[in-house]
Design a protein around this ligand. Structure first.
Ligand SMILES: [Fe+2]
Length: 418
């Protein structure tokens, strides 16, 4: 009997030691993250997608210094504490919810290795207050031509927490459908009112399970830049600054991810300046296998059609493959278009860059417009009154766009081939 009790005591002791070790390791990885820590955390590309990652966040204690910590990850945890990298954030004070001040922080991790998993957290090192740790994977080496997938969503445009639950549900379905997606293209109108910090917090925090690991690359919409002012929207994203420089208005920028060259334009202001920049950007990326443009208002049929005609001429001249759009809150996909006309028979697949396809994946938010009139360029056009998303997959000489509703139903699919 004595032997049996000794053995029970021994195993209980071993169990307690293991429990304490697990708790200590968890605490070490978590820090004291939680409720009062950083919020509205946005992750973006700024430098090379293969070797860097940029972050913006807000924090109530705006006088505190901000730090981004990054480390090689193993199963979502820090692989080796000794290799943890720290990057100091820039800091600015703005007015947050209920008129309280808050800090706006921006930091970029650089010098990372391509196609590698990293653990990260952001926060206040002095007070040991951190975001929940999360992980991201860097992009492929520049020039690599392996398969790449990304998501296309638009017009989340919410006001309330309930509105942004529709947005987060759409993103969660999107990553179920495309678990391999590497980033998210948002084609504008992220919130209804960019001056409402609570809406931004819902935008980021309710979708945190997805946005913590996938960069979201935004496009300026008419609800993001109002009267030539996009300061609030701009302060939420740390973006490439290779486009038109204007510190108040929505940005234009471009970036590469594997074989994809992505150009993001702002339909709300400085259209002529952006046309000139677009020409230079597309001329400099002529060797990139796939060239895709993101804009908010539709180039065809939008209420700025006449003003965007100049951009369309550039898309035609440089044979842009695909234009991702928003604004109309309905699903529309164009025939391949060139010079304002449908080219070829318009059937799939579109071969050899004969035309550019324009696609608007309804909305990822609460508002649906009545379906607009069918026009000559519409190949597919409907209003299903369901949140939707697109998944784009580029594999060698083929690009596939698949449009799903929030319940996972495939509603449209098209292929471009080079
Ligand atoms: Fe919108």
């Amino acid at each position: 009997m004595a032997v049996k009790w000794n053995s029970i005591a021994l195993w209980a002791g071993v169990g307690a030691v293991i429990l304490v070790a697990v708790l200590l390791s968890t605490l070490q990885n978590l820090g004291s993250s939680g409720k009062n820590g950083p919020y509205s955390i946005g992750m973006t590309f700024r430098g090379e997608a293969s070797t860097s990652r940029a972050f913006t966040w807000r924090y109530d204690q705006g006088e505190a210094d901000g730090v981004l910590q990054v480390a090689l990850s193993r199963d979502g945890l820090v692989k080796d504490q000794a290799d943890k990298l720290s990057f100091t954030a820039s800091r600015e004070i703005r007015t947050g919810e209920k008129g309280k001040t808050e800090g706006v922080y921006q930091a970029e991790a650089s010098g990372l290795s391509p196609t590698t998993g990293y653990w990260y957290r952001v926060g206040d090192a002095a007070a040991d207050v951190w975001s929940e740790p999360a992980s991201f994977t860097t992009g492929p080496e520049a020039g690599a031509d392996g398969e790449v997938s990304f998501l296309h969503v638009t017009d989340s445009q919410g006001e309330t927490e309930a509105d942004f639950r529709l947005w987060s549900r759409t993103l969660e379905q999107a990553v179920r459908q495309f678990p391999q997606a590497a980033f998210i293209m948002h084609t504008g109108d992220l919130t209804e009112n960019p001056e409402d910090p609570a809406a931004w917090r819902h935008f980021f925090d309710l979708a945190r399970p997805v946005l913590s690991r996938l960069p979201l690359m935004p496009t300026t919409g008419n609800h993001d830049e109002v009267d030539n002012d996009a300061l609030e929207y701009r302060s939420r994203f740390f973006l490439p600054d290779n486009g038109i420089t204007s510190k108040d208005k929505g940005p234009s920028y471009s970036f590469d991810y594997g074989p994809v060259h992505m150009v993001v334009l702002n339909t709300e202001s400085d259209l002529n300046k952006q046309r000139d920049w677009l020409k230079k950007d597309l001329a400099a990326s002529a060797d990139k296998p796939w060239r895709i443009v993101a804009i908010h208002r539709g180039a065809y049929g939008g209420n700025r059609y006449d003003k965007l005609e100049d951009w369309v001429k550039v898309f035609d001249e440089y044979q842009v493959d695909l234009v991702l759009q928003g604004h109309n809150h309905e699903y529309s996909r164009s025939y391949p278009l060139r010079g304002g006309k449908v080219v070829g028979n318009g059937d799939d697949p579109v071969r050899e860059r004969t035309g550019t396809v324009y696609v608007t994946p309804n909305t990822a938010g609460p508002k649906f417009n009545d379906k607009k009139e069918d026009l000559f360029y519409h190949k597919v056009h409907f209003q299903n009154k369901k949140q939707m998303f697109g998944g784009v997959t580029v594999a060698g000489k083929t690009l596939t766009y698949e449009a799903y509703d929030v319940d996972g139903r495939l509603l449209d699919r098209f292929v471009l081939e080079h």
